[in-house]
Structure formats: C-alpha cells, structure tokens
Design a protein around this ligand. Sequence first.
Ligand SMILES: [Zn+2]
Length: 113
Amino acid sequence: MAGGNAIRGSRVGAGPMGEVERGETAPRNRVGFWCANGHESRIAFAADIEVPDCWDCPRCGLPAGTDQQNPPPAPRTEPYKTHLAYVRERRSDEDGDALLQEALTRLRARRGA
Ligand SMILES: [Zn+2]
C-alpha cells in the first residue's frame, strides 16, 4: 500500500487507515460459517491452521458450518431438562444410597471378620 519506509512494522496495529493486518502478519484464511439461524460469520484463521468443520456462531452460539446451504442442525436446547431427566432416569439418590449401604455393609463385614 503506502510507501514502505515510514512504516516498517514498528507500529503494528496502528496503521494510518486503522488497518491491523499488514503484509508482515501471518497470512490468513477468512472462512465463512453459517449457522441454522442464517447468521454469517467470517472467521480469520491463520493459514497454517486447519479450518474446522464447525464453529460456534458468535451471535447465537449455535454450531455453524462452512456450507451455507446446509448448516449444521441446531442441537436441542434443553440441557437443563436433559440433565434432570438423566438424573431422574438413573434415580441416583436411591441408587447412591443403596450402593453406599452396600459398601458400608461390606466394609463392616470385612472389618468384623
Ligand atoms: Zn447464529
């Protein structure tokens, strides 16, 4: 761009045009990601980094993919419910008690022997 002498990289990140990226910085890949909500994100990756298939949309947090026509499906947003259901399914309280009692019983039996 402008003459090379005045700006030799001593002022990286403070170019006259507000440009941050100079020729001296590592080359980058700008990759577009699209989420299921249609948000487009342009993520800059260092050229030597393998671009991931999936990226979290910065706007809504959904997974975003590089294929605009076919973004990754939104995961079901019920982590709280899922966790609760999971816990209920396992009935971990009762099971935990039973296991604890069993362990204690075994421990006592061993000690008493
Ligand atoms: Zn999004």
